[in-house]
Design a protein around this ligand. Structure first.
Ligand code: PFF
Length: 480
């Protein structure tokens, strides 16, 4: 059975996709990765990947959703049968569902930290505190399973409530209030940090680049981040695409999502680094940038607690509009496949993902080190879950690109894209060759054992890709 449900307004897909894309990836992960990787050079690679690989895959993923008008798993089943291709392509749907399920489990725990910090800021608990107190307060939060579990439960519960209400009453209505509010808050934070912090140091740090500053690892992280930030390869965009109006322009929408997502990351980066440099702090703190460095900057500035509170509300709002997009593909599948009522489907998905999230909770305390888990997997449970999604996500993106590039016919793609032949050719070249080669590059990074073989492998992928591309072009030229 197909959902055949369509968003009430033509522009809602854009709103929902931006809601999914803009999240912890922009506000928490992007600034700290940029800080760790020396600034401008990282951003250059990140932006290049967004435009050369991210947008073509985004177009492909929306196309598969809108074409099938079903949840990712059922949608891929439908497309493989209508295209008489291997059912192996259904992997796209299953991988997506598995990644969404896993990401939700730890995304909710980290968003829970933002909930804690919203409280700390608004009550002025950290006002005037020194670096040691703020560091100790973060450590104390991580050391407390009950507190982490409480925040995780509250966050995932709120997300479930929105999705449980349905795509119109819950997701659409929620986003229509949330997204403009987030935009206003982001602007307030930017203006305030420009007034009080060191905006020009932040701009210099972000926008002057020397590619030599970037390690190979940094290149790969920049590419991985561009997938994560656009919510690619996980079925979230495909699930939302299934409800997209047939009249809305696919290419223009995909561009708009990428541009808004990138702009939010840049604005958040500018605001955060302006505060960090203004307070004379270190930009390379890593994952603690938002939870240790930034609160320290807030502690020292006038009206810091208020601005800090507003900032963490922004983080929470952005995180919830992303987490609902992680629930939707799996919930929609359970509704379509097993005829469950929506609230039951959402509960099943969320309760299971909540339980898996406890592993992340315990990774920071009870299972922090020296456990059987560490011995078996060489990392924390959270580390393992992150690693799994780092594999599934690019793999899903690559399969989506390959399926859309090779299995869909020229006519179908033109019907969806409605562009001229040159754009179509550019897009097809990118999804057939460039995106899979780039993803293979990201993918290799996630398998630590192959590190020594990294460069030769990348070389091999590029050569094979170029060879295949050349052959296709020659064949096409002969045809025409
Ligand atoms: N794009 C989100 C972010 O940047 O925080 C994270 C995310 C949401 C990834 C939804 C994947 C997804 F399906």
């Amino acid at each position: 059975m197909s959902t055949h449900n369509v968003w009430t307004h033509k522009g809602t897909f854009l709103l929902a996709a931006v809601g999914s894309a803009v999240g912890l990836g922009n506000l928490w992960r992007f600034p700290y990765l940029t800080g760790e990787n020396g600034g401008g050079a990282f951003i250059l690679i990140y932006a290049l990947t967004i435009f050369a690989v991210g947008i073509p895959i985004l177009i492909a993923e929306i196309m598969l959703g809108r074409n099938s008008r079903r949840s990712p798993i059922m949608g891929m089943r439908f497309l493989t049968s209508t295209h008489k291709t291997s059912r192996g392509w259904e992997t796209i749907g299953w991988l997506g569902a598995a990644s969404a399920f896993i990401i939700l489990s730890f995304y909710s725990v980290i968003a829970g930290w933002a909930l804690h910090y919203t409280g700390l800021m608004l009550t002025g608990s950290l006002d005037g505190a020194d670096a040691e107190t703020i560091g100790a307060s973060f450590d104390a939060l991580l050391a407390s399973p009950p507190l982490l579990t409480l925040y995780h439960t509250l966050f995932i519960g709120a997300s479930a409530l929105i999705v449980g209400l349905g795509i119109h009453r819950g997701i659409e209505n929620g986003l229509r209030v949330l997204m403009p509010a987030l935009f206003v808050i982001l602007m307030v934070v930017l203006v305030y940090s420009a007034a009080i912090g060191d905006l020009s140091a932040a701009a210099t740090f972000l926008f002057t680049f020397n590619v030599a500053d970037l390690s190979l690892e940094g290149w790969l992280q920049a590419m991985g981040q561009s997938f994560f930030t656009l919510s690619l390869g996980m079925g979230a965009i495909m699930a939302y695409g299934a409800y997209m109006s047939s009249d809305a322009s696919l290419t223009r929408t995909a561009f708009a999502i990428a541009v808004v997502d990138t702009a939010v990351a840049m604005i958040a980066g500018l605001a955060i680094f302006a505060l960090v440099f203004g307070a004379g702090l270190d930009p390379g703190e890593g994952p603690g940038l938002m939870f240790v460095t930034l609160p320290l900057a807030f502690a020292e500035m006038p009206a810091g607690p208020l601005l800090g509170g507003v900032f963490f509300i922004l983080v929470l709002g952005a995180a919830i509009s992303s987490s609902i997009s992680l629930i939707e593909p799996v919930a929609a599948f359970l509704v379509e496949r097993f005829d469950l009522e929506r609230p039951q489907a959402v509960s099943a998905m969320v309760i299971a993902s909540w339980a898996l999230g406890l592993l992340t909770v315990f990774s920071f305390n009870l299972m922090a080190e020296d456990t059987l888990f560490h011995t078996l997997f060489g990392r924390s449970a959270f580390g393992l879950l992150e690693l799994l999604t780092n594999i599934f996500m690019p793999l899903g993106g690559m399969l989506i690109a390959l399926f859309a590039g090779w299995a869909l016919t020229h006519g179908e793609v033109m019907k969806e894209m409605r562009t001229n032949e040159s754009w179509f050719r550019l897009w097809r070249f990118l999804v057939r060759f460039i995106a899979p080669a780039a993803v293979a590059f990201v993918f290799l990074r996630t398998i630590p054992q192959v590190e020594g073989y990294l460069l030769p492998s990348i070389g091999a992928v590029v050569i094979v890709g170029a060879f295949a591309a050349g052959r296709t072009f020659l064949a096409e030229r002969q045809e025409s």
